[in-house]
Design a protein around this ligand. Structure first.
Ligand code: ASP
Length: 311
């Protein structure tokens, strides 16, 4: 069994063999995608609904591509043109989708816990595509796959997660995954953007980039999530960039071959300088996007096999 339940709601609680097996399967999908072949029989006759209550470019598109490459019928629903705008509750939406017998439900929602709530109410396998500040499990899996392909392992690497950790579901999923797989994790950012529970999560906390980035293998930058800030937690974008934005000067504190990552969308000149983001040797940001499709194919594959066993 590759996931503890028939859903993928969070990385927390997943065991290293389950994570490793998903990454191995995703690896095979990287090769399949690069060969230009597809495997359209796997999800033939199955329906995948992408239910996005928040904006998305990469995640929604890559779930759509992943579903189509495996032969599923894929339907994209966004809140902009759904009945949610007419006042329908999340649970009524769930009941409606359930009546349509969808097999895989990919959910993004601004409220932490919304996909878990839906999972209790629908027959479909639910995949969390990002819920509030809680988790974004497929992002952590694709980040891990990117690192593992470049470095050959996760164990023993030092990974710095930098910037707006407080609001980042990407950071939370990555912390759970990387610590479970034996990486050392540091979080770096202003005290106002580091969650109080950080040290309980088994990470080292730094407030300045110079000491935090010292000798790290991987530098993972995060977007400054202004839409989730109820009050100004940083003085200004310009000042944030000066102290916590990644430029060539700060990157020089990391290992000479340290890789630069960002889940996107990037705010250039706020958390990352353009020359670093576009550096063809150090930056693996585009590779992360490629790995996203393969990881989502692996997740759809595993969850649909588990659903078949339960049929
Ligand atoms: N795309 C990621 C997410 O949905 C990161 C971000 O929005 O900054 O969490």
């Amino acid at each position: 069994m590759l996931t503890p339940t028939r859903h993928l709601l969070q990385i927390e609680g997943m065991h290293p063999p389950e994570i490793g097996a998903l990454l191995d399967l995703a690896e095979s999908y990287v090769l399949l995608n690069r060969s230009g072949k597809t495997q359209r029989d796997l999800l033939r006759g199955r329906t995948l609904i992408n239910l996005f209550f928040e904006d998305s470019t990469r995640t929604r598109t890559s779930f759509e591509l992943a579903g189509k490459r495996l032969g599923a019928d894929v339907i994209n629903m966004s809140v902009a043109n759904s009945s949610v705008n007419k006042g329908e509750t999340l649970l009524d939406t769930a009941a409606t989708l359930n009546a349509m017998h969808c097999d895989l439900l990919v959910v993004r929602h601004a409220q932490s816990g919304a996909p878990a709530l839906l999972a209790q109410k629908v027959d479909a396998a639910v995949i969390n595509a990002g819920d509030g500040t809680h988790e974004h499990p497929t992002q952590a899996l694709l980040d891990a796959l990117t690192i593992r392909r470049r470095r050959g392992r996760l164990e023993g690497l030092t990974v710095a997660i930098c910037g707006d950790v407080l609001h980042s579901r990407v950071a939370r999923s990555n912390i759970h995954l990387l610590t479970a797989m034996g990486s050392r994790v540091r979080v770096i950012g202003p005290p106002t953007l580091i969650p109080a529970e950080a040290s309980r999560l088994g990470v080292d906390v730094f407030h300045d980039m110079k000491s935090g980035l010292q000798d790290v293998d991987i530098v993972m930058m995060l977007r400054l999530q202004k839409e989730r800030m109820s009050s100004g937690l940083v003085p200004s974008s310009r000042e944030f960039f000066r102290f916590w934005g990644l430029d060539a000067e700060k990157l020089a504190f990391a290992k000479p071959d340290a890789l630069v990552m960002h889940p996107g969308p990037m705010n250039r000149g706020v958390e990352i300088a353009s020359d670093v983001a576009d550096d063809p040797i150090r930056s693996v940001i585009k590779e992360q996007v490629e790995m996203g499709v393969a990881v989502r194919m692996a997740v759809l594959d595993v969850l649909s096999r588990q659903a078949k066993r339960n049929d």
